[in-house]
Structure formats: structure tokens, C-alpha cells
Design a protein around this ligand. Structure first.
Ligand SMILES: [Zn+2]
Length: 434
């Protein structure tokens, strides 16, 4: 078996990893590189989506050894964005979970000129093995801030490779990581692991952080503006608890409300009752942003939109009730905050000071905008990526012969800790598993 990290070996984001066994080839993730920031403005620069494209034989043309499948680990753009840039060879089967496809379809429909996902996505399900060419693949649900995120166990020629995707063990899906550790996978030859947050040895759980926030904001008046990516359903769930416990309203737009409803509905169909906020949540309110307007225009969501109607509140209501609101903000939210709310006096801005906010284009601009508004800032030690103690725990548990760190600026941490077992690869370098 052979591993080639086409992109992501030397940088965070833009992931694409190829696994070969004989003539069988598969790709793991096909992400866009992280958005660049202008050196002078400090703002995200619009990049041409075509820049995300990789020239891998068989991806857009034919190849004597065709790429059989592309497996997506989760629907953050740095893991699937390049798939949207240009249609790939239709012979390549694209695999996601059903929830991931739904979330990605909604997200790509939000801009009017949005890029389209390929039709005919194939589904995988957590824990269910499937076969592609000479590979046997098992997906494992992981704890991360996308709606769903998976690691893959890839078996072929008697060899086993784990690709972690993005993960952590301190978020709302900590149980998924426990199950991943408990799964008996047999002897592992290599773990390809993310190391985005490898410089942090250990940190608090998200529940700990939210508990502390609750104590701090209880009895405090004023709107709470929370940096929260659109797909971070775990954080939205924590914010719903915070709203309940501090007697506030959780205010979301139509896009977030739709995501919550769809994810909940699809999980129920699979027999899982997710404890996430939704349209039946008493203190949830939906505001009329352009995203909400866009959902209204998309006829495929008419039924859900009609159920949203009783929860829709106007801007007068928002301005009159600011003291009692929790408002998640993400890329472009500053536009409607500036236009409709205007007066941010007495408000508090909560954000992670460990996160670079690069998984959603434009998030870092939102962060800078709010930081410059003179609100009471509460930086939080939260991250969507594994602490090094978690990576260590995984390595001790799975005992791989090799550890291949990707998406990290701290590769030395891996060599210091795992010695020769750490295999630092360059983008495009071939690594044979003998
Ligand atoms: Zn991610």
C-alpha cells in the first residue's frame, strides 16, 4: 500500500490524500486551501476557486489506473471545497454520509451563483464497512465542529491505515472519540493524523468553558454575540443551554434553523434522537437576514420554511429585546448587525482566541470587525481540533507502526514524541508501506 499526501502535508487545509493498492486508487478529501489574508488589510482576499484544483492523474482526465472513489471526511471547505471548483471525472464515486450531503447541498445553494455538488453522492454510514476496488473502508464518527465528521480505516493487502480527518475529544461528541478508541481495528500500519492544534498539550473541554461562561454572564444584561460557524451544531446546542439557563433567546437565521431541522430529521430517520435545538425549542427565534430570504426562495425547503414562520421575528423585536439575546455570528453577520442592530452598547463579544477561524471563508473578517467595536470581549480557550494529549492517547491506543502528521505547523512535536515512527511527508511524496 502506498500513501501520497497531495496537499495538506505541509500546510493546514486543502486536504487531499491518495491511497494506492496495486492498481486501485482512492482519494481522501479534496479541500480548498485556506483563504489568504491581505498583508496590509488583514482581510480575506477573494481567491479564484480554480486555484484549489490539483492536477492528479485521473481526477479530471482519464488514467490507466483510474481513481475509483473520493471519500469526504466532513463538509468544511478545507476538506471538500475543491470538489466544487470544477466537475471531476464522473467515473469517480464520491462518498459522504447522508447528513453531510444534505448540509453541503444547503450550504452550496446559499449564494445565488453557488457552485454545485456532483449529483449521485454515495452514502457511507458510521461503522458500516464498504468495499472499493481492493480496499475495505470503515467510517468512524469523530468529535469535530462540522455537522458530522468521520475518520476512515482503510484495509488492503493485509495492511491498515487510519485517516483521522479533523477531530478532538473535548467537544460535544466526546463519546464518538471514546468509541473510536474502543473499536478493535487490528494491527495498524499508519495513522494519518491532523495536528492543527498540536502545540497545545492539553486544554479544557467545551463543556467546562461553557460552564464558566454561564457563571460570568448570568445576571449580566446585554446581548451576547458569539462567534459560531454555521455548521457548528455542537456549539449551537451549548448556546441553546446557555439561553435556557440565563433566560435569554437564541437568535439564528434561516440557514442555521434549516440546518438544525434537516440534521435532526435525518438523524431521526436513522434512529438517533439528537439533543440539538430546533423549531420546537421554545426560546429559539429566527431573524430576517438575507440568508433567511434565500431559504424562502428555495422551493425544495418550502415545507420547513412554513414551520419556521411562527418563529420569525422582525428587527424591531430584536432591537427591543437585545438585553436578552444570544446571537451567533459568522462570516458576513457584521453586515446585518451593522445595518439593523446598529447600537452595540452593553453587548459582549465571545470568541475563541485559539481558533484561526479559517474553516469558513470570511469568518476572520467578522472576528476583526467585532473586536474593533468596543464591546466587552471574552476570549475563550476553545478549539475544534485535538490537543496533543488526545493525539498521544490515540497513538498509544492504536499503536501504529508509523504516524503521518498532516495539517500542522508543529511537526517537530511529532518527531520529538514518536521518534522515527513519525513520518513527515512532503506534498506529493510517495510513502510505501512495506
Ligand atoms: Zn474541519
Amino acid at each position: 500500500m502506498k500513501i501520497i499526501v497531495h496537499r495538506g502535508a505541509e500546510e493546514i487545509g486543502g486536504n487531499c490524500v491518495e491511497i494506492r493498492s496495486g492498481k486501485s486508487r482512492i482519494l481522501l478529501d479534496y479541500g480548498s486551501p485556506l483563504p489568504k489574508t491581505g498583508p496590509e488589510t488583514g482581510k480575506n482576499i477573494e481567491t479564484d476557486p480554480e486555484e484549489a484544483i490539483l492536477n492528479i492523474p485521473g481526477l479530471y482526465d482519464t488514467s490507466p489506473n483510474p481513481i475509483l472513489a473520493l471519500l469526504i471526511s466532513h463538509t468544511h471547505l478545507d476538506h471538500y471545497g475543491a470538489l466544487l471548483a470544477r466537475p471531476i471525472n464522473p467515473g469517480i464515486k464520491v462518498f459522504m454520509s447522508e447528513i453531510m450531503e444534505d448540509v453541503a447541498r444547503i450550504t452550496t445553494k446559499m449564494p445565488r451563483d453557488g457552485k454545485k455538488l456532483p449529483v449521485g453522492i454515495n452514502y457511507f454510514r458510521r461503522g458500516h464497512k464498504f468495499i472499493i476496488g481492493r480496499f475495505v473502508i470503515t467510517p468512524y464518527l469523530m468529535d469535530h465542529t462540522a455537522a458530522e465528521s468521520f475518520a476512515f480505516l482503510i484495509e488492503s493487502e493485509g495492511k491498515r491505515v487510519i485517516y483521522t480527518g479533523d477531530f478532538r475529544e473535548h467537544g460535544n461528541k466526546a463519546n464518538a472519540f471514546k468509541q473510536f478508541l474502543a473499536a478493535n481495528m487490528g494491527p495498524i500500519d499508519a495513522i494519518i493524523t491532523e495536528g492543527t492544534q498540536a502545540e497545545v498539550e492539553k486544554g479544557p473541554t467545551e463543556a467546562d468553558v461553557m460552564g464558566e461562561i454561564e457563571t460570568r454572564v448570568k445576571g449580566h444584561n446585554g446581548a451576547l454575540y458569539f462567534m459560531c460557524a454555521g455548521q457548528d451544531i455542537g456549539l449551537l446546542t451549548s448556546l441553546a443551554y446557555l439561553a435556557k439557563n440565563t433566560r435569554r433567546y437564541l437568535v439564528v437565521d434561516g440557514y442555521t434553523a434549516l440546518l438544525l431541522e434537516r440534521v435532526k430529521g435525518l438523524a431521526l430517520k436513522q434512529g438517533v434522537d439528537l439533543k440539538i435545538p430546533g423549531l420546537e425549542t421554545e426560546f429559539l427565534r429566527i431573524i430576517r437576514t438575507t440568508a433567511t430570504q434565500r431559504i424562502y426562495q428555495l422551493t425544495e425547503y418550502t415545507e420547513t420554511f412554513s414551520r419556521m414562520r411562527p418563529k420569525l421575528f422582525g428587527w424591531d423585536w430584536v432591537r427591543d429585546n437585545l438585553d436578552r439575546l444570544i446571537i451567533p455570528v459568522r462570516a458576513n453577520s457584521q453586515l446585518w448587525v451593522d445595518e439593523q442592530i446598529k447600537d452595540l452598547g452593553g453587548g459582549t463579544f465571545l470568541y475563541s482566541d485559539w481558533e484561526t477561524y479559517t474553516e469558513e471563508a470570511g469568518m476572520s473578517d467578522t472576528l476583526e470587525w467585532f473586536k474593533a467595536r468596543g464591546l466587552t470581549d471574552i476570549p475563550m480557550p476553545t478549539t475544534s481540533h485535538a490537543y496533543f494529549s488526545t493525539i498521544r492517547k490515540m497513538v498509544e491506543n492504536k499503536k501504529p507502526r508509523y504516524i503521518v502528521p498532516i495539517n500542522t505547523g508543529h511537526a517537530e512535536k511529532f518527531t520529538e514524541t514518536f521518534g522515527k515512527r513519525a513520518r513527515l511527508l512532503k506534498n506529493g511524496e510517495e510513502f510505501f508501506l512495506d
